[in-house]
Design a protein around this ligand. Structure first.
Ligand code: ADP
Length: 538
C-alpha cells in the first residue's frame, strides 16, 4: 500500500520561491573584482534569477541545454545557480583556473550552448575562443572592460525578458547543474547533479551535526562556485534565507578576515590551505581584527592538520572537518565529536576532529581490503567506497569509466581509508599518493600532519621518490612560517616519537611555496615530477 502523501518533486524552484517570498529583505553581499562591496537582497536574486530563466527561454533554451558560467563567487553567479536550472537548463560551472586546452575540451565535451562570463574573465574566454563554439556569450559588466563586439551585455539580455516567467515542469531527477572533476586523477569527467540530489544535499547541510546552516547565520562560501557547487552553500543559504557573503576573486587571508569581521560572518567554508593562511594572518597581526563571536568553519578537500584545528580554536574559529568529492555533491561526512565520546580528554577529541568524520544521513561508506570489506577497527585499510542519494551513479557520456562503480552499486573513490569502531572515517591517502617503501605502505597524510604540528612549519608535503633499494622513500618538503626557523634534525626528532624508523622521511627540504591545484590542494604530481631524479646520497 502506498503512503497517502503528495508526490511533490524536490527541485530548486521551491527554494527560489521560498527565498523570494520569505527572505526578500535579507542581504547578499559580494566582494567585487575591484575590491568594493556590492549589496543586494534575496528579493533581487529572486527577481533577476527568474528574469534570467525567462530570457533564456526566449532565447530558445531547450530542456537539458547546458549554459556555462565563467564567474567568480558573487550575486550574479547565484542568479545563474537558480535561473538556469529553473528554466530547465543545466548550469555548467567552468573552472577558470584550468589550462585553455583542458577548458576547451570540457566545453566541447559538454556541448555547452551559451556562456555567461564576468568581464574581468574575458581573457580566459579569449584563450579558448578559437577552440569552442558558443551560440551566445553574455558578459556580466563589473565596469572593467567594455563588451566586445561578438558578445552581448548580460544586463541587456535580462532587460529583454519582458513579461512573467512561468516555470516549466521540472522532474526532480533531471539534471540541474554540471561540474567536471578537477583532473587531479586523469582526464576531467563530468558529474550531473539532479535537482533532487541538490535539494537533499541542502537539507543535509542544515542538519546540526553537519553545517547547521540556519536563517540566523551569515554564510561565506570560500570554496569556488566553479567547483562542486561551492560545496552546495549557495543553494543551502538561499533555502534557509541566511545572509550570504561572497568573496569574489579575493581569497587572500586579509580580505577574508575583513569580510568575516565587517559582515559578521558566522559560517565559512573552504580548503585547509585557505585557513592555514587565515591562521597565519591572525597570529602575525594580533588585535587587527575584532571578531568576538565563534566562527564555524567547514574545511575539507584535503586533510585538516590537527595543528590547524588547535590553532584556529584559540581565535574562536571552530573547524568541522569534512570529506567529499565532486562525485558526492560534495559533502558526504562531517567530523564532530559524538556525545558518547564527549568525556574523552581534549587530545583525544582533537584526534577525532582530525579524522574525516562519520557519514551524513543516507550516505554509506565501506572500506574494501584485499579480502572483502575491511572491519571497522581503525587499522585495516583499503579503498573507500561510497553510495547515497547525492552520489554520482555514472559520469557524463564516459562509458569507459564504468569500472569506477562496483557491480553492487558503490562508487570507488580512489581514496585509501580506515573506519574505526565508532564509524569515524580516516583518509590515509589518495591511492596514487601512498608511498611504497620496501613492500610496506607509508601514509603521506600522517607525516604531513605531524610535521605541521611544529610551530615553525606552515605547510608540509610528503611524497614518494624513486629509490634504488626500497622502490620509493618519503621526502618531506615544507614551507616555514614567516620569520621562523627550524632545521631537519629537530623535525626528525619530532617524528621519531610517533613513527617507525622506516616510515620517516629520508630528507627534509624547505621551500618558499608549495604548488597547489586550481582548487587549492597540494599538487603532489608536480612535486613528484620535480623531485623524480632526487639523489638520495646528497
Ligand atoms: P579532484 O578529484 O579533481 O581532486 P575533488 O574536489 O573531487 O577533486 O577531490 C576529492 C578528493 O579530495 C577526495 O577523493 C579526497 O582524496 C580528497 N579529500 C576531500 N576531503 C578530504 C579530507 N577531509 N581529507 C583528506 N582528503 C580529502
Amino acid at each position: 500500500m502506498l503512503g497517502t502523501m503528495m508526490n511533490f518533486p524536490l527541485t530548486l524552484a521551491p527554494i527560489l520561491e521560498r527565498a523570494g517570498k520569505l527572505f526578500s529583505k535579507v542581504e547578499v553581499v559580494s566582494r567585487l573584482p575591484g575590491l568594493g562591496l556590492g549589496r543586494c537582497k534575496y528579493g533581487d536574486i529572486y527577481r533577476r534569477a527568474r528574469q534570467l530563466a525567462h530570457a533564456l527561454q526566449l532565447a530558445g533554451l531547450k530542456p537539458g541545454d547546458r549554459v556555462a558560467t565563467l564567474m567568480w563567487n558573487h550575486a550574479q553567479h547565484v542568479e545563474a545557480y537558480f535561473g538556469i536550472p529553473v528554466a530547465g537548463g543545466i548550469l555548467h560551472t567552468l573552472n577558470l583556473r584550468l589550462h585553455a586546452n583542458e577548458l576547451a575540451y570540457i566545453v566541447t565535451h559538454a556541448r555547452d550552448r551559451y556562456l555567461i562570463v564576468d568581464d574581468v574573465l574575458l581573457p580566459v574566454y579569449e584563450s579558448i575562443r578559437s577552440q569552442v563554439d558558443f551560440e551566445r556569450v553574455l558578459v556580466v559588466p563589473h565596469g572593467h572592460v567594455s563588451v566586445p563586439n561578438n558578445c552581448e551585455n548580460y544586463e541587456d539580455f535580462l532587460a529583454g525578458a519582458i513579461g512573467d516567467f512561468i516555470y516549466p515542469d521540472l522532474d526532480e531527477n533531471q539534471a540541474a547543474t554540471m561540474c567536471f572533476t578537477s583532473g587531479t586523477t586523469g582526464k576531467p569527467k563530468g558529474v550531473l547533479y539532479s535537482h533532487r540530489a541538490l535539494v537533499l544535499h541542502s537539507l543535509n547541510e542544515c542538519a546540526a551535526d553537519s553545517f547547521c546552516l540556519s536563517q540566523n547565520d551569515v554564510a561565506l562560501p570560500g570554496s569556488s562556485m566553479f567547483h562542486a557547487n561551492a560545496w552546495g552553500i549557495p543553494f543551502t543559504a538561499t533555502m534557509v534565507g541566511a545572509k550570504m557573503v561572497l568573496p569574489g576573486p579575493h581569497l587572500d587571508p586579509e580580505s577574508l578576515l575583513d569580510l568575516i569581521e565587517g559582515e559578521s560572518v558566522t559560517f565559512a567554508a573552504g580548503v585547509p590551505t585557505l585557513w592555514l593562511g587565515v591562521l597565519a594572518a591572525l597570529e602575525n597581526h594580533p588585535g587587527r581584527w575584532n571578531i568576538s563571536w565563534t566562527v564555524r568553519i567547514g574545511a575539507g578537500g584535503s586533510a585538516v592538520p590537527e595543528s590547524l584545528l588547535r590553532g584556529l580554536d584559540r581565535f574562536g574559529f571552530h573547524i568541522t572537518h569534512l570529506w567529499g568529492m565532486t562525485e558526492t555533491a560534495p559533502l558526504a561526512s562531517t567530523g564532530f565529536v559524538k556525545s558518547t565520546l564527549a568525556q574523552c580528554g581534549e587530545d583525544h577529541q582533537y584526534k577525532i576532529r582530525g579524522k574525516q568524520g562519520i557519514p551524513s544521513p543516507f550516505v554509506e561508506l565501506r572500506v574494501m581490503g584485499p579480502s572483502g570489506e575491511a572491519p571497522w577497527d581503525g587499522v585495516s585499510y583499503g579503498e573507500l567506497e561510497v553510495r547515497g542519494p547525492w552520489v554520482a551513479a555514472s559520469y557524463f557520456e564516459s562509458p569507459e569509466t564504468c569500472d569506477r562503480w562496483t557491480d553492487d552499486g558503490w562508487f570507488k573513490t580512489g581514496d585509501i581509508a580506515t573506519i574505526d569502531s565508532e564509524g569515524y572515517l580516516k583518509i590515509v591517502d589518495r591511492s596514487k599518493d601512498l608511498i611504497k617503501s620496501g613492500g610496506e605502505w607509508i601514509s603521506s597524510v600522517d607525516i604531513e600532519n605531524a610535521l605541521m604540528a611544529h610551530p615553525a612549519v606552515r605547510e608540509a608535503a610528503v611524497i614518494g621518490v624513486p629509490h634504488p633499494k626500497w622502490q620509493e622513500r618519503p621526502l618531506a618538503i615544507m614551507v616555514r612560517k614567516e620569520g621562523m626557523e627550524v632545521q631537519a634534525d629537530e623535525l626528525r626528532a619530532l617524528l621519531a616519537a610517533q613513527f617507525a624508523k622506516w616510515q620517516m622521511p629520508d630528507a627534509f627540504l624547505f621551500t618558499n611555496e608549495l604548488p597547489h591545484t586550481s582548487v587549492g590542494k597540494l599538487l603532489k604530481l608536480e612535486l613528484r615530477q620535480q623531485y623524480a631524479n632526487w639523489k638520495w646520497d646528497q
